[in-house]
Design a protein around this ligand. Sequence first.
Ligand code: PMP
Length: 453
Amino acid sequence: PEKIGGVPAGRIEAIRQREAEVFAARRPKTMAALASGAEAFLGGVPMLWMRDWPQPFPMLVSEARGALITDIDGNTLDDFCLGDTGSMFGHSPAPVAEAIAAQAARGLTYMLPTPDALEVGRLLREMFGPFVWQIATTASDANRFALRAARAVTGKPKILFFAACYHGAVDDAMVREVDGKTVARPGLVGQVVDLGVTSRVAEFNDLAGVEAALAHGDVAAVITEPVMTNSCMVLPDPGFHEGLRALTRKHGALLIIDETHTVSSGLGGYTRTHGLEPDMFVLGKPVAGGLPAAVWGMSEAVAARYRAYDAARPAGFSGIGTTLSANPLQFAAMRATLSEVMTAANYAHMEAGAARLASGLADAIQRHGAPWHVVRVGARVEFICQETPLRNGSESYTAHKPALEQALHSALVNRGCLIAPFHNMMLVSPATTDAQIDRLVAAFDAITAEMMA
Ligand code: PMP
């Protein structure tokens, strides 16, 4: 019989169906509420991608605290998804919740800075390096603004992206190469611009490919995650980042590092823990403890070029915004996060827990002979339903096994463990306990045993 990731396809489907029934049976209130209130939304959900959870319908959450999440039927789960990184430091960390409450009574948005803003600037430099910062509200926005600034200062049109990368809702990044041409990925809604004009594509870990792309002389910047965390998980080869830095310098392209997920690596993110030297640095999601906020920074050299560019340009709209960005609530939350939540002690707890999780999962995989493997980047753990490590994003297209992963995720949810929906990502927060980790490992072990029996 056909196998997917080593598991008979028929068994996967049987498990999926069984788990969908269990999920529904435990959620009568949720079903009733959705039946009478979801029609106001396209597809019955406030963001269409919320349909992509593997369960038959989304949970309606009543509250989340620390590393626990509870739905309106009273089902409480150990949360290893943590808002896909937005709540990587736990749900509503006390210092952040208090800072938000205090600021909430003093105004929510002014289009003017606060004293907290100055302190956040100082903390960002202390944490991530001597960048010159701007604030945005989402990592998608921060990335788009960084790309715009890179094109502005270099005068070059194209950005080099790695195949299968993800940097948020950034149109230019939604590209792939077909027959030597850069084209939009299938599924990109409403796309009318030829992305071959804006973008080039290379494979991660392929320095020769990067050099060939840069040799055209039209690349303003290379943008990358230090580890590809959105295409399963692809680690950089030894020397890849050094090579990338050398090549971008040689060809006059800026290097933009998107740390939105890899900030799981430790204090100061992968950049600091591995000594990277980007020209621009982007971080969203957890930077304000889960309140929408993002930051993008330029090296002093790039900032000097931007100032010169800005002084010479005609007055007008910059294309960089947005109205509610850099609001006082964001600064209060970022200040609390940077000073009291992103601490060495918290990272040490997260790292130890993630190591426990990764080795527990790897043991289970080995015990049951599943052709899968586990990768960890600090507090972030991913299991991949393929035997060998991935070397680039394109390999992730075949490594990803949607049917198998959906059955597995559903079985984990019914055993009390929530992991990220679109791939097999798990995060360990400062609030996550060893008991929670051991429950996840035991649940994973049980379902893997059944699948591989
Ligand atoms: N950069 C990376 C590396 C991401 O993984 C994501 C989202 N998954 C983004 C940027 C975009 O973040 P947001 O959706 O919050 O804008």
